[in-house]
Design a protein around this ligand. Structure first.
Ligand code: GDP
Length: 177
């Protein structure tokens, strides 16, 4: 067992949080683009997928966890956050309530995760400009106020999806390595 060579240098766990329907699962499947191994942790009812990427000369294996709908029942357990080095706090730019609820998600992450977890606020569904209910400035202001990164993305069109995951991974890398 010990003789088996690992095919990566670092393993990073990322978690997706935010209200049901904001597009967490779509962000993950857009990012995976066929390169993923999709897996389910039946024991705690979450799903995760892995993807390897290169940062400088290192191979980073990212394990990205999705809630699989458990947020509907507010049943996300501590195990979901344990060991996570980064989180994407997702809201829907067309649904103001999902933005208002970010405060709750932020405090949930902060109370369960490591203190130095890196956080990115993601305003998803940026393709739906006509139905926009939260301006980019509001999203950015929330992120700045809490010292978080910010991006608007579209899981549908793929805009800024890789950026959201990968710039966050780079921040973690800079911090830990
Ligand atoms: P989750 O509950 O947070 O995992 O949300 P889902 O990924 O299941 O997405 C909820 C709904 O929003 C689905 O009907 C998706 O097709 C839709 N959706 C997700 N992302 C986008 C997006 O970027 N743009 C648009 N227009 N619809 C999206």
């Amino acid at each position: 067992q010990n003789a088996v060579k690992r095919d990566y240098d670092y393993l990073f766990k990322l978690v997706l949080v935010g209200d049901s329907g904001v597009g967490k699962t779509c962000l993950l499947s857009q990012y995976r683009r066929g390169e993923f191994n999709y897996d389910t942790k039946h024991t705690i009812g979450v799903e995760f997928a892995t993807k390897e990427l290169q940062v400088q000369d290192k191979t980073i294996k990212c394990q990205i966890w999705d809630t699989a709908g458990q947020e509907r029942y507010r049943a996300i357990t501590k195990a979901y956050y344990r060991g996570a080095v980064a989180a994407l706090l997702v809201y829907d730019i067309t649904d103001r309530e999902t933005f208002t609820n970010l405060k709750r998600w932020l405090s949930e992450v902060q109370s369960h995760a490591d203190r130095d977890i890196k956080l990115m606020v993601v305003g998803n569904k940026s393709d739906m400009e006509d139905s926009r209910a939260v301006s980019p400035d509001e999203g950015r202001a929330f992120a700045e106020q809490h010292n978080l990164y910010f991006v608007e993305a579209s899981a549908l069109k793929g805009d800024a999806v890789s950026f959201a995951f990968e710039s966050l991974v780079e921040k973690v890398f800079e911090h830990h390595v």
